[in-house]
Write a protein that binds this ligand. Structure first.
Ligand SMILES: [Zn+2]
Length: 608
């Protein structure tokens, strides 16, 4: 086990609310029961939704309720399998359970697939009269969302065929990517010896205080990746081609259209946001120049972006982190505090660092009838406090939305980070207030600005890259060189002359999982972060009056489209001024960091 025990030792979650253990007989019983219910569902409802005059509202409701209950039980199974696996990935019985549940879910999904297809197939006027019926009011948004897919679905036989073929098609290429990138080893020379690292370890070295180590980590990362150019290019190119083919078959007008439809957002709003983000790249460049001064460098290189600006960050135990988060949340709203408290009191959080446990952090909010769970790897670092705040923010969202039914529960992708990033801001401001050492304040500010740049500006660069690469693919097959060149071109406006892009960086696109597993996902991060920045600005302006409106937003989960949910908060994302508010907030953080650095007459630390 680790040589250095952290204060989080022993803080493990209790999954007993889901199942007792991996061999709990209830698991097999629930699986069998779900399968049986799916068969009953199929016998009872097949060919009764797509009828000439349509089903009665009561019949349609009965189908929805049966399906929702079935999915809720599948969520319980799936979440248990996932959480058990995340808690200890090294145990084969965990992996087996996960696979067993996944396969059962596909099988059951195929049994009930007809329902959505039959609903989508109904004539518009029949569907419209059902959508207006009060009996179905609770599912109007769910049903409407499905209807919007109507122009893009294929026949049931074709959908099933695609589902099965995907396993040896796009999903196989996704697996190949994951297996390749997780199998890579990176030989890193330092202090006269060579360590063999995995990718996450190399990437973590961008935070190292020693410049030579950071530089070497980057060179090693890109050096190893470039040796696999053939496979990495072939995988990406195949997936782009697959995407374009499916777009053609499903009649999507452009490569981002499917994502926009899922996100319930229109192309114009996204294009506006992207354009306003580009106009504000100068804020990031102002920060990069400041950071170069803080590090005592004439100019920042790519590998200096996340270098620590001081060694002044104090340690923070998990108990202290809990108190900080509860206090910061409590200042905003007692409800926030009470909910967050439960995660610690009722063991809904797994914070311990231990071998075999999944890295990083996440929050799972499986279903309204269950409560959320948080996983993190708490290492007594002040930055970890922000991670806890982030995940507990997700937890608040999941808990507050629990009065909804499952089909109204999950917020759309663009709003999935609303509570988490907001929670982080509450804790960040609180920390900034209570820390008296200006060096610590500056380090906190820099950390926040860097996170924000990574989520807003960099994700915008990734989106622009994807757009360009898809455009370019229409002109014929790629060479690895063409992708690398497109990548550098997408990065240039962001870094400008403020950051030196190193040679190897041309391979910077090749390890980003979103390009492989969820194309055009990245703009949702930009959207989510900017949304929270402007909501947070509004909270600072309106004070307590903002709180109930914000709670109502979280309680509404995914019960309607983002535009409708955000309306009462005065958000209009077709208005460039709305997006600009977010950038004004980032600008004020950078200005504040500059001021603080000025008063400190900063002595650079941590040079090579
Ligand atoms: Zn998150």
């Amino acid at each position: 086990m680790t040589s250095q025990p952290f204060s989080s030792a022993g803080v493990r979650w209790d999954l007993a609310d889901l199942f007792a253990s991996h061999d709990d007989p209830h698991i097999a019983e629930t699986l069998a029961d779900c399968r049986a219910r799916a068969e009953v569902f199929s016998r009872r409802f097949r060919n009764t939704i797509r009828t000439a005059g349509g089903p009665t509202p009561a019949h349609l409701l009965a189908a929805i309720l049966a399906l929702e209950a079935l999915e809720e039980d599948l969520k319980r199974l799936g979440t248990f399998a996932d959480l058990l696996y995340a808690a200890d990935t090294s145990r084969p019985e965990h992996r087996n359970l996960r696979e067993q549940v996944e396969l059962a879910a596909i099988e059951i999904g195929n049994l009930v697939l007809f329902f959505e297809l039959e609903w989508m197939d109904l004539a518009d006027e029949v569907a419209a009269s059902l959508l207006g019926h009060p009996v179905l009011a609770g599912y109007r948004h769910y049903l409407e969302r499905l209807r919007r897919q109507r122009p893009h679905i294929l026949s049931e036989a074709e959908e099933r065929l695609l589902n099965e073929r995907d396993n040896t098609g796009r999903r196989a290429f996704g697996r190949l990517f994951t297996e390749l990138t997780t199998s890579l080893r990176f030989p890193l020379e330092r202090d006269g010896r060579t360590d063999t690292l995995i990718m996450s370890e190399v990437l973590a070295l961008v935070h190292h205080k020693d410049r030579t180590v950071r530089q070497r980590a980057y060179e090693t990362l890109f050096g190893v990746l470039s040796k696999h150019e053939l496979v990495l290019t072939a995988v990406y190119e195949t997936l782009i081609q697959d995407h374009l083919t499916l777009d053609r078959l499903r009649r999507f007008p452009h490569p981002m259209a499917e994502r926009h439809l899922d996100n319930e957002i229109d192309e114009k709003a996204v294009e506006r946001m992207t354009a306003v983000t580009e106009e504000n790249y100068g804020i990031a460049q102002q920060y990069f120049r400041l950071k170069a001064r803080l590090l005592g460098l004439p100019k920042l290189a790519l590998y200096d972006q996340y270098a620590p600006v001081s060694e002044a960050l104090p340690a923070c135990s998990l108990d202290r982190a809990r108190d900080i988060v509860l206090e910061a949340f409590g200042d905003f709203s007692p409800t926030f505090r009470e909910i967050a408290q439960q995660f610690f009191d009722r063991r809904w959080i797994d914070a311990e660092v231990r071998p075999g446990k999944r890295g990083g952090a996440f929050c799972a909010s499986p279903a309204p009838s269950l409560h959320p769970y948080v996983l993190c790897n708490y290492t007594d670092n002040l930055r970890d406090v922000m991670t806890v705040a982030h995940e507990l923010g997700h937890g608040l969202h999941g808990w507050l939305a629990r009065k909804l039914t499952l089909f109204n529960y999950d917020p759309p992708l663009t709003m999935a980070e609303t509570a988490s990033v907001f929670g982080e801001f509450l804790v960040f401001d609180h920390l900034l207030r209570v820390q008296e050492d200006p060096r610590v304040q500056l380090a906190l500010l820099c950390g926040k600005i860097e996170d924000t740049c990574a989520t807003v500006f960099r994700q915008n660069v990734l989106t622009r890259f994807e757009q360009a690469v898809f455009e370019r693919r229409k002109g014929g097959r790629f060479t690895p060189d063409a992708i690398c060149q497109t990548w550098i071109e997408a990065n240039r406006p962001y870094y400008g002359d403020a950051v030196e892009m190193t040679d190897g960086y041309r391979w910077g696109w090749s390890y980003i999982p979103h390009f492989i597993h969820s194309r055009f996902y990245c703009y949702s991060y930009v959207f989510g972060q900017l949304l929270v920045l402007s909501l947070y600005r509004r909270y600072k302006e309106d004070g307590a009056g903002f709180v109930p409106r914000y709670l109502t937003l979280l309680e509404a989960g995914g019960s309607d489209a983002p535009e409708v949910l955000l309306g009462p908060l005065g958000v209009d994302f077709h208005d460039p001024a709305f997006w600009q508010q977010g950038f004004d907030e980032i600008q004020s953080l950078v200005d504040r960091a500059e001021q603080l650095a000025g008063t400190l007459a900063f002595q650079p630390s941590g040079g090579s």
